[in-house]
Design a protein around this ligand. Structure first.
Ligand SMILES: [Zn+2]
Length: 130
């Protein structure tokens, strides 16, 4: 059974075959996040052209703004604090905590939703060599 586009994105699978993993290793771990250069299942080159992932910065920026605004509002509602240090502490911790998430999912959103050249092809999913 083929995963939907969204569940392939959540599981960080390749946008073309939805089987091969885009990243090596888990999202949170002691090791640096590394991307496979090519999909281990269908061989798609993820970095379509040099510097392709610079575009993921815009997605990452949107994620960061959404996280900081919603956490800032949640902090205001929950603590009702007027001290700037509460917000600085919470938001600084959140930025560090969300950094690996933003890196991974901004690239995945770019590959799955913002790359018109890369589309799902069920023929690549059929080859069951891995
Ligand atoms: Zn693939």
């Amino acid at each position: 059974m083929t995963p939907s586009k969204f569940s392939a994105l959540i599981q960080s699978k390749c946008p073309r075959c939805r089987i091969g993993k885009v990243f090596e290793g888990p999202i949170y771990g002691m090791r640096k996040q590394r991307m496979h250069e090519h999909c281990p299942h269908c061989g798609l080159k993820f970095e379509v052209e040099p510097g392709y992932f610079y575009a993921a910065m815009y997605v990452s920026y949107a994620f960061s703004v959404a996280e900081v605004v919603s956490l800032g509002l949640a902090t205001a509602f929950l603590t009702k604090s007027e001290s700037p240090w509460v917000y600085i502490g919470v938001l600084f911790a959140a930025i560090l905590l969300f950094a690996p998430f933003n890196l991974r999912y901004s690239r995945l959103v770019l590959l799955h939703y913002l790359s018109p050249k890369i589309t799902y092809n069920p023929n690549y999913a059929k080859r069951d060599d891995r």
